[in-house]
Design a protein around this ligand. Structure first.
Ligand SMILES: Cc1cc2nc3c(=O)[nH]c(=O)nc-3n(C[C@H](O)[C@H](O)[C@H](O)COP(=O)(O)OP(=O)(O)OC[C@H]3O[C@@H](n4cnc5c(N)ncnc54)[C@H](O)[C@@H]3O)c2cc1C
Ligand code: SF4
Length: 503
């Protein structure tokens, strides 16, 4: 959003509660990332039973994209329509694939997405990818051939990585997913969005780091945001601005609106529907590993193939099951987090002989899966996974496939209800203000000058990774803001004012 609006007349202040992630040796250290949790927030949230946990989330410039796997999928055309699942109905979006397709094109260009169309049976209509796919390593190429022999349709994973093989480019290393890229070759929001926006706009874009937005304050009528209250350098400052774009992530954006409750908005800002924080989704995800005691896995960059044959319909069921994707290599210390008393040497031996996969299914939006605040203002996450029968079926299918590939043992692990990495859906878009929080351009129904552009607008979670859809919608909303808000501002320049005052 910042990069898309950087060349306009707008003066933009980006408020980020974290700092830049330094480029340092620890970026690629499994011990630093998985044992010391060096880059994760120290914040504690509570679950529905009031138990504390450290969420798997990161507060820094670029947000969670800094640590993502950069698997950048378009949602399938069917994902935008209502779809019957085993566990219920996945609701329709108020926009269709065709509305987002030109923005997916731009998002793929911006994020250097590599792929090859024509292999994936669920692929929506599209032109060629802007960049060639990452070639499979020898071991993965053999697996791809075996998958084809089984009658499946393996396809290259769409990946946002830059200049692989070139001197300053991606080194196709084994510390990508969940790590920050030490050489800045991963396409993520810090490198692709924020830094270019700051460079390009000759002072019109400013970034405040270590600055946490606490509340959005409305004017007397309660229809517009008058100021944002920000905690910065031990002080509370108030920033007045004609337009606010909230992009704190699905959980924090909902929490911020709930914290912004006032006399005019006693249940939280933008919450006349009562839906702020509700319909939280996070995907059903299981990590699986095919293991062979006598076969070393020599692949370094493993994350290149997907199997979407069961995405829309299972082998034995008419219902959708989800996506199967090869994963980055597991490291011994990562595996040790599951059962810490087993020595890391044993895990190292184990993971050296395994091929890793991520199995992902859609979870469905329900009113009771939601974000609330505790009495002392902390985030409380109420989440009971649903559509589990479909996910279990996909896990069984994956196990069957891995056995047929020649792995005598298949192990699996899931972070379950506390996996917040694919959080979405807490401030849903729609045309009916009683059934949604945001309109289809992500403007709050109740607050004229508030847009929310992050994962919270999703009406359903689909079963592909959410990032590219968030980016595409941000570009679409940026165009909408250019056409509506910025024209108004230019006609009325005295309103273009950014004023900070200590309170
Ligand atoms: C390990 C990992 C791997 C992933 N892999 C993939 C993948 O391969 N493909 C994919 O599509 N998705 C992936 N995801 C998910 C993806 O990263 C998220 O969907 C995406 O980052 C969500 O973007 P967002 O803008 O909604 O929120 P975030 O990326 O969480 O950004 C929110 C930002 O707001 C800041 N913030 C929060 N509250 C405040 C406040 N009160 N004041 C000021 N600043 C605030 C945060 O510090 C952060 O910078 C992965 C996530 C993780 C953690
Ligand atoms: S070098 Fe490539 S594979 Fe390694 S972290 Fe960076 S983008 Fe990922």
């Amino acid at each position: 959003m910042a990069r898309a609006l950087a060349g306009t007349s707008a003066r933009i202040l980006i408020v980020e509660r974290g700092d830049f992630v330094p480029q340092e040796a620890e970026n690629w250290s499994p011990e630093a990332v998985w044992k010391d949790l060096r880059y994760r927030t120290q914040e504690r949230w509570v679950d529905s039973r009031g138990r504390e946990f450290q969420p798997y989330t990161h507060y820094n410039v670029g947000g969670n994209t800094k640590f993502w796997g950069a698997v950048l999928y378009r949602m399938r055309r069917e994902d935008f329509k209502a779809m019957q699942h085993r566990g219920g109905v996945s609701p329709a979006w108020p926009l269709d694939y065709e509305a987002l397709a030109p923005y997916y094109d731009r998002a793929e260009q911006l994020y250097h997405v590599r792929g090859d169309s024509g292999h994936d049976p669920t692929e929506p209509p599209r032109g060629p990818f802007p960049y060639m796919p990452v070639p499979h390593a020898e071991g993965m190429e053999a697996i791809v051939q075996q998958l084809r022999d089984l009658g499946l349709h393996p396809s290259p994973l769409p990946l946002g990585i830059q200049r692989p093989g070139e001197a300053d480019g991606c080194r196709l290393c084994n510390t990508c997913n969940s790590f920050a890229c030490r050489v800045h070759a991963k396409s993520e929001a810090d490198v692709v969005g924020i830094r270019p926006a700051l460079r390009s706009a000759a002072g019109r874009v400013q970034l405040w780091t270590n600055s946490c937005a606490r509340r959005l304050l409305t004017d007397g009528r309660g229809r517009r945001i008058a100021a944002v209250e920000i905690e910065r350098g031990g002080e509370i400052v108030r920033v007045e601005t004609p337009l606010v774009v909230l992009s704190a992530g699905a959980i924090n954006s909902a929490a911020l609106l709930l914290r912004s409750a006032s006399d005019r908005h006693p249940d939280g800002l933008a919450n006349s529907s009562g839906l702020v924080g509700r319909r939280y989704m996070a995907h059903l995800a299981t990590m699986m590993q095919g293991f062979h005691p006598l076969k070393m896995n020599s692949t370094v960059f493993q994350k290149t193939v997907a199997i979407n044959d069961y995405y829309l319909q299972g082998r034995k069921t008419p219902h959708p099951l989800g996506s199967i994707q090869s994963q980055g290599r597991t490291h011994g210390v990562m595996a040790q987090t599951v059962v810490p008393w087993i020595p890391v040497g044993a895990y190292d031996w184990w993971v050296a002989r395994g091929v890793d996969w991520l199995v992902m299914s859609e979870d469905l939006p329900t009113s009771s899966n939601r974000v609330t605040l505790t009495g002392d203002g902390r985030i409380q996450l109420h989440y009971t996974p649903n559509n589990l029968r479909a996910h279990r079926q996909l896990v069984r299918e994956t196990k069957r496939i891995l056995r047929r590939l020649g792995f005598p043992l298949v192990v699996k692990h899931s972070h379950g209800a506390r996996n917040t990495t694919h959080q979405c859906g807490t401030l849903v878009v729609g045309t009916d203000p009683t059934q949604s929080v945001l309109d289809p351009f992500c403007r709050a129904h109740d607050v004229e000058n508030l847009f929310v552009v992050d994962a919270s607008f999703f009406p359903s979670s689909s079963a592909v990774n959410p990032g590219l859809t968030i980016i595409a919608q941000a570009l679409r909303v940026a165009d909408h803001i250019r056409e509506t808000e910025l024209k108004v501002e230019i006609e009325n320049p005295c309103r273009v004012r950014l004023q900070a005052e200590r309170v």
